[in-house]
Ligand binder design. Structure first.
Ligand code: KIV
Length: 333
């Protein structure tokens, strides 16, 4: 993945646009529900008390015969993910069913996203817009049944964040309670930040998503890169800050100019996870079928598929069909 990085400021077509130092107070509400990284150490996640509490929980689990314990090094909570920022790159992949839930979890990812990309990858839609909350619950529950050893994030589909806060809360709760998600992802920046803040306060961890928002494809008129123009880069900056302040534990940056994404990653406390936004983000996520070359659509130009699974599956299936059709009694199969 190519990227142009700049040390302190992000360069766009119209010059340096992002302030070298952030104006707002970093991480005002970050991880409110999980206790903040910024809070008083005696109360926070690094305090001796919470450390022993964590150990207590692990010890209790150890005593349960036959219980499945998460590997020590695996990311299982939003706080684990948050703490990876600045230590190593974070990696996420999508999954939509139990088969791929297990395969993806076994690869060692830090988180699985049950994306609304299920609509275009598996359900035959040409955008993510027709995907419903029931589709998302159904697919999230299937991935949860594969018992993934990492954080499981589910996408909030089109329209769910725009009717009312009650509707948003109900849908987000359903993804956790019926789907078994650990957290939800919501597309949008300043426009949804207030609602995200309220969700976080109810105990629902939220991953933000800025840059290209596939759910807005009908209004933006197609998929494109974001942040080239100064105004747009500044707007992305404001979005990222508002999501940090709302308490998002991570933010996806999709199809963003790499210099802008690189600068945003430095400016906000939650990890910025890129997709088509250059290599300087705190981590990367990809749509798994794109990575595998398994798609009915053209694979996005920023993805380099590692295999051509379309071709391989197609070869095996047609070979089998042909073998059966041409089967003659007495000949080896
Ligand atoms: O739905 C999805 O898979 C996503 C990723 C592209 C981040 O939102």
């Amino acid at each position: 993945m190519s990227q142009t990085e700049n040390s302190n400021t992000a360069n766009t077509k119209e010059g340096n646009v992002l302030p070298a130092e952030k104006k707002s107070k970093p991480g005002k509400n970050l991880n409110k529900s999980n206790s903040s990284m910024n809070k008083n150490k005696s109360k926070g996640p690094d305090s001796p008390k919470s450390e022993s509490l964590r150990k207590g929980i692990v010890n209790t689990r150890n005593r349960t015969k036959g219980s499945v314990r998460p590997e020590k090094s695996r990311v299982c909570t939003t706080l684990d993910l948050l703490k990876l920022k600045g230590k190593r790159k974070i990696v996420g992949l999508t999954a939509y069913d139990a088969l791929f839930g297990k395969l993806v979890s076994d690869s060692g990812v830090d988180f699985i996203l049950v994306g609304d990309s299920v609509g275009t990858t598996l359900l035959g839609y040409d955008t993510t817009i027709p995907v419903t909350i029931n589709d998302m619950i159904h697919h999230t529950a299937a991935v949860r049944r594969s018992n993934p050893k990492c954080l499981l994030v589910a996408d909030l589909p089109f329209g769910e964040a725009s009717l009312s806060f009650d509707r948003l809360l109900e849908s987000a709760r359903a993804l956790l309670q019926k789907g078994g998600a650990d957290a939800v992802k919501i597309e949008g920046g300043r426009d949804v930040a207030d609602d995200i803040e309220k969700l976080v306060l109810t105990g629902i961890p939220v991953m933000g998503h800025i840059g290209l928002l596939p759910q807005t494809v009908k209004s933006i008129g197609g998929y494109r890169k974001f942040g080239k123009e100064k105004e747009e880069a500044e707007s992305l900056y404001k979005d990222a800050i508002s999501l940090e302040e709302a308490g998002c534990f991570a933010v996806i940056a999709e199809m963003m100019e790499s210099a802008v994404a690189s600068e945003l990653a430095k400016q906000i406390l939650p990890p910025l996870i890129g997709i088509g936004s250059g290599g300087a983000c705190d981590g990367q996520i990809l749509v798994t079928p794109d990575l595998l070359g398994l798609s009915n659509f053209e694979i996005p130009s920023f993805v380099k598929p590692r295999m051509n699974l379309n071709q391989e599956i197609s070869n095996v299936l047609s070979e089998y069909v042909s073998d059966i059709k041409n089967f003659k009694e007495g000949r080896n199969r």
